[in-house]
Ligand binder design. Structure first.
Ligand SMILES: *[C@@H]1O[C@H](CO)[C@@H](O)[C@H](O)[C@H]1NC(C)=O
Ligand SMILES: *[C@@H]1O[C@H](CO)[C@@H](O)[C@H](O)[C@H]1NC(C)=O
Ligand SMILES: *[C@@H]1O[C@H](CO)[C@@H](O)[C@H](O)[C@H]1NC(C)=O
Length: 423
């Protein structure tokens, strides 16, 4: 009896709530249906079986905890700082933007039938440019033509307003910076610069090349061609000295994580930006020590020895926007979300992260030194050492084959140019 009474009261409150909830849910379902539509372009045909719709509705619900799907309104450069309000307009914009009737998309949202042909509107835009001239907006336009969900604005590096970046502020490293806000604030106060530098930032059209470390770069004498790019991106400890003929001599940025960073101070080249990409929370602590030239206390948490000193001024250091890791992993490649945490086979390689960065920040994107030819186990794995291809091990963190599927799409559709034909 004593229990009955409050229970009945509760019922009175619950009933209207349930009704309201149902109404809300039904309207939400319509919305979620549309939302799921754009999230999964694998079946963009509007008439979907009920089963598929249930699955997509679930996907839509997940999106509240996993807003990895673009939540910025396109073509409005300042990203909407509020993911909750930012999501609504996206549905319409995306639906009106790229949904050409009859186009079929794969599970990741890429056009199934890829070819290198320019869509007619791009032909018109670029048709009159002279051979070899930089085509403004080319990479992003081509990307959007095969992947309608693509939203260009995503800054290359974190700046003082980084906390307002949607999508990355709710993930821990490597997919975001959650839990590391304080230390990043401290680091950015010292680095003070957040762009490529006045000269490059003012270019109206930038050509970028990402230099992978593959042995496939050897003996192709691409060096002078590579040096013609406005932005030359190198990764980890890949050397330049002694290899200029094949890999060029210019380095605009070198992207690295603690275990991958050059350890010998004398091997750092001048005039390049030291760009840090975090994969684990403790990586930021390492960066702080490098920025402030502090003595490293212990090296626990790293999977191999790390640099103890980086001979660069804080103003020559940058933090790569972790969005590129997140987008490459979950949207482009389709690696397992694992609740947004690092897990087996869900970390993209640094090379693919760099390509993702370039798609957002360069007008034209080329790559060289990417891809392994597994049919030639005796060929060198890297251009700078004698380790053979056969030494490559099954990776726990990466999923090389899935990643390659993604890169192949980019090359096939000519979103990026592969100078060494290894992808
Ligand atoms: C390209 O040139 C043709 C012929 O001169 C001209 O009609 C057309 O408008 C030009 N297109 C652009 C995008 O400038
Ligand atoms: C590149 O050329 C050098 C000298 O001709 C040769 O020793 C080396 O094996 C070649 N490397 C590759 C990867 O073909
Ligand atoms: C890579 O992805 C494929 C397909 O999803 C899966 O079967 C395979 O186990 C994955 N490999 C790793 C190392 O996670």
């Amino acid at each position: 009896m004593i229990i009955m009474k409050p229970a009945r009261k509760l019922l009175f409150v619950l009933c209207p709530m349930l009704v309201l909830g149902f109404i809300y849910y039904s309207s939400g379902k319509l919305h979620l249906h549309v939302w799921g539509q754009k999230q999964d372009n694998a079946s963009p045909q509007l008439k979907e079986p009920t089963v598929a719709m249930t699955a997509e509705t679930t996907a839509g619900v997940d999106a509240t905890t996993e807003p990895a799907v673009a939540s910025e309104p396109p073509k409005n450069p300042p990203p909407n700082p509020n993911p909750a309000t930012g999501r609504e307009p996206v549905v319409e914009t995306v639906l009106t933007e790229g949904q050409v009737v009859g186009q079929v998309y794969d599970k990741q949202g890429f056009l199934l039938k890829l070819d290198g042909k320019l869509p007619s509107e791009l032909q018109y835009k670029y048709g009159n440019l002279s051979e070899g001239a930089c085509k403004p907006g080319y990479a992003a336009a081509k990307m959007t033509s095969i992947y309608p969900k693509f939203m260009k604005p995503a800054p290359m590096f974190l700046d003082k307003n980084f906390k307002r970046l949607g999508k990355v502020n709710i993930y821990m490293p490597p997919f975001g910076f959650k839990t590391q806000e304080r230390i990043i604030d401290i680091i950015l106060t010292a680095t003070k610069n957040f762009g490529l530098g006045p000269e490059l930032d003012s270019l109206s059209c930038k050509k970028c090349v990402i230099i992978g470390n593959g042995g496939i770069l050897s003996n192709k004498s691409l060096g002078s061609h590579i040096d013609e790019y406005d932005v030359v991106v190198r990764l980890n400890e890949a050397p330049v000295s002694g290899f200029q003929k094949d890999v060029g001599s210019k380095t605009t940025i070198r992207i690295t994580y603690p275990e991958g960073a050059i350890q010998k101070p004398e091997r750092y080249e001048k005039d390049s930006l030291f760009v840090f990409s975090a994969f684990k929370p403790q990586d930021f602590r390492w960066l702080r020590q490098m920025v402030f030239k502090e003595k490293m206390r212990g090296a626990e948490g790293f999977w191999k020895s790390v640099a103890h000193y980086v001979p660069r001024e804080p103003t020559e250091m940058r933090i790569l926007n972790p969005y590129f890791i997140q987008e490459a992993a979950f949207q482009f490649i389709g690696l397992p979300l694992n609740n947004g945490l690092m897990g087996k086979g869900n970390i993209p390689t640094l090379g693919t992260v760099a390509i993702t960065m370039a798609l957002h920040n360069c007008d034209e994107v080329a790559v060289a030194g990417f891809g392994y030819d597994m049919n030639t186990p005796q060929a060198p794995l890297h251009y700078y050492e004698r380790v053979k291809m056969s030494a490559i091990k099954e990776s726990w963190t990466h999923n090389i084959s899935k990643e390659k599927e993604f890169l192949r799409k980019l090359v096939k559709a000519k979103v990026i140019a592969d100078l060494t034909n290894g992808i």
